[in-house]
Design a protein around this ligand. Structure first.
Ligand SMILES: [Zn+2]
Length: 72
């Protein structure tokens, strides 16, 4: 289990997003921005249409660098 904030992942608030894998945090983050930051969701969608790998390339290193937490 690792935790990143919305801001870490290109969002705009300090909401903590926890997940057990990168794929899972992508799902959690996508849901979070769609519900809370429609403008960020639009930017992410535009970025994805332009280069589907770009968001992962920019943000996955932060996930990899985040400390693994054993407490849930
Ligand atoms: Zn947020």
């Amino acid at each position: 289990m690792k935790t990143l904030t919305c801001k870490d992942l290109g969002g705009k608030c300090g909401e903590k997003l926890s997940a057990g894998s990168w794929d899972e945090v992508v799902t959690v983050m996508t849901k979070h921005v769609m519900e809370n930051h429609p403008d960020v969701a639009q930017q992410m969608e535009a970025m994805h249409n332009e280069d589907p790998k770009r968001w992962s390339r920019e943000n996955k290193p932060k996930w990899d660098a985040a400390p693994e937490s054993s407490t849930v």
